[in-house]
Design a protein around this ligand. Structure first.
Ligand code: NDP
Ligand code: BG6
Length: 543
């Protein structure tokens, strides 16, 4: 096993500029024929270096759980997109491992609908498929992993290859699989070994600590990549640039000017088909404890000493250490019920899902208020709000600023809000007051608007998984969760989760397609969020 050495610490901004170059060139396609690989070539050289001496080894990407949903919908398609764009290292091989008896042809058929392959890309796809192989085996069976290792070594350059193990598996088999990888699939190769873990990382502080203890007895921290795919999203990554690359936000980014911060995740569909998995975890473990809390860290943290992954993660951990465990009095839980007036699946409540246990109290919606008790944020509520089966799809960060002191406009001004919309339609907008145009002298609500679709026309932003898998190839851990971050995240939520489960707290019912329970709005109002309902947005092209 060689020592971990990142190939290059790449700024994600480079991806954006290369994509822009690509898009400009694609507009000029009639005079200049360029393949995507040509355009991404520059980026690739930056990633892996001109000489690529440290990168002469082959790479093997091993998907454990290759027959599953995640592998089919995300992992194989992402590897294909990276391959198609010339961003995977040369000599990358992909090995699937699962219990089912599958062929590569089966894998191709099931993944194809998610891969978005054009007719022109068919030939390239065949080359990609030729790099895939599959092995069936048992997760608790040593001989299966010995076979896997033999297969990995038999691939071209396999004995010296760098190995990336992706555990797209239920957490119940993490212990066995990680032990078997460590004991039977690592020491023989001369390249490096990295492991990628999907959430959930445990169910509470104790189980997560057990898992972390187990993994740290087998691997070094820099070999472990814990994915929170929200950290791969464009606007989540943009939070640091927005905050620390501008002079204007720093002085107002604190308790003197910010009344509250809202971190929101909304989905317009229920748990259909995933009720079994979901019921065991609930919305707090599924979304709040990870995706929303990670966004909170990026909003609240101090300026890191540099963009080195550990400098950034040190600051995130410091934020979490200043957050006390959430208490039930600062929480509203909800569970969706069918809308009798609605059509199709809108009629189906959570408890109507046949995969959900009868009478389940699992929340599908939650609003929780957290406080970061440090000099910058003391007293400012951070409102985390997430739910399924709501009125829209949306993920956003919203800073609501305090009222203007010494008002001279007879209370006709509304609070400013800075909104970073993560999805859909990435945008940053600042809601502000302006003089109503014309002969009036009264204030009017409007916005400064950076809508990506208009500002970066025709630009296709990479998917979160594309960025994150590439980061693993490059050895860049900035956008992955470190073990101490994870411990703090569980510390904040574990007492609440235990109380909800022990006391079987009944969630408030809300109708499928609504904004969630009104009790959540009451809680937000109580801690200081102000909603006037006066803001009207006019889409520029319809104006
Ligand atoms: P709104 O005034 O509609 O909503 C502001 C906040 O108030 C949201 O957090 C919302 O929560 C909450 N809220 C809504 N209804 C209530 C209620 N009845 N009681 C308590 N709280 C409530 O302003 P937005 O900033 O959301 O903008 C309005 C629309 O304009 C949005 O669809 C936005 O996407 C769009 N817009 C788009 C821009 C762009 O694309 N560039 C720029 C500016 C605006 P909740 O999310 O739960 O409803
Ligand atoms: C996952 C959750 O982590 O994120 C799902 O387990 C959720 O329940 C998904 O649907 C949302 O991801 P995205 O990228 O579609 O917002």
């Amino acid at each position: 096993m060689t020592t971990e050495k990142p190939l290059k610490n790449v700024s994600r901004c480079r991806w954006r500029s290369v994509v822009t170059v690509r898009d400009k060139r694609i507009q000029n396609m009639s005079t200049e024929t360029l393949t995507r690989s040509d355009v991404f070539g520059q980026f690739r050289r930056e990633l892996y270096g001109e000489k690529r001496s440290s990168y002469s080894n082959a790479h093997i990407f091993i998907i454990l759980g290759a027959s599953g949903d995640l592998a089919k919908k995300k992992i194989y398609p992402t590897l294909w997109w990276l391959f198609r764009d010339g961003l995977l290292p040369d000599d990358t091989y992909i090995v699937g491992f699962a219990r089912s008896n599958l062929t590569v042809e089966n894998i191709k058929e099931t993944c194809l609908p998610y891969m978005k392959v054009t007719d022109e890309e068919r030939e390239m796809l065949s080359t990609f498929i030729s790099k895939i192989s599959y092995l069936s085996g048992w997760y608790d069976d040593i001989s299966s992993f010995k076979r896997l290792n033999k297969h990995l070594s038999s691939l071209p350059g396999g004995a010296n290859a760098n190995r990336l193990f992706y555990l797209a598996l239920p957490p119940t088999v993490y212990h066995q699989v990680s032990t078997n990888i460590r004991n039977h699939c690592m020491d023989c190769n001369k390249g490096w070994n990295r492991l990628i873990f999907e959430k959930p990382f445990g169910r509470d502080l104790q189980s997560s600590q057990e898992l972390s203890g187990h993994l740290s007895s087998l691997f070094k921290e820099d070999q472990i990549y814990r994915i929170d795919h929200y950290l791969g999203k464009e606007m989540v990554q943009n939070l640091m640039v927005l905050r620390f690359g501008n002079r204007i936000f720093g002085p107002i980014w604190n308790r003197n000017s910010v009344a509250c911060v809202v971190l929101a995740f909304k989905e317009p569909f229920g748990t259909q088909g995933r009720g079994g998995y979901f019921d065991d975890f609930g919305i707090i473990r599924d979304i709040m404890q990870n995706h929303l809390l990670q966004m909170l860290c990026l909003v609240a943290m101090e300026n890191p000493a540099s963009t080195h992954p550990d400098d950034v993660r040190n600051e995130k951990v410091k934020v979490l250490k200043c957050v006390a465990p959430v208490t039930l009095s600062d929480v509203v839980l909800g569970q969706y019920v069918g809308d009798p007036e609605g059509e199709g699946h809108f009629k189906q409540g959570y408890l109507n899902d046949p995969t959900v246990p009868e009478g389940s109290c699992t929340p599908t919606f939650a609003t929780a208020v957290l406080y970061v008790q440090n000099e910058r944020w003391d007293g400012v509520p951070f409102i985390l709000r997430c739910g399924k089966a709501l009125n829209e799809q949306k993920a956003e960060v919203r800073l609501q600023f305090t009222d203007v002191p010494g008002d001279i406009f007879d209370g006709s001004c509304q609070r400013n809000e800075l909104v970073v919309r993560v999805q859909p339609d990435e945008a940053i907008y600042l809601k502000m007051m302006t003089k109503r145009p014309g002969g009036h002298f009264s204030p009017e609500e409007t916005e400064l608007d950076l809508t990506y679709r208009s500002r970066y026309k025709d630009m296709k932003l990479p998917d979160a998984y594309e960025r994150l898998l590439l980061d693993v190839f490059c050895g860049n851990q900035m956008h992955f969760v470190r073990s101490d971050e994870l411990r703090e995240a569980w510390r904040i939520f574990t007492p609440l989760l235990h109380q909800i489960e022990a006391e079987k707290i009944n969630p408030v019912p809300y109708t499928f397609g609504s904004r969630g329970p009104s009790e959540a709005d009451d809680l937000m109002k109580r801690v200081g969020f102000r909603y006037e309902g006066t803001y009207k947005w006019v889409q520029p092209h319809t104006a």
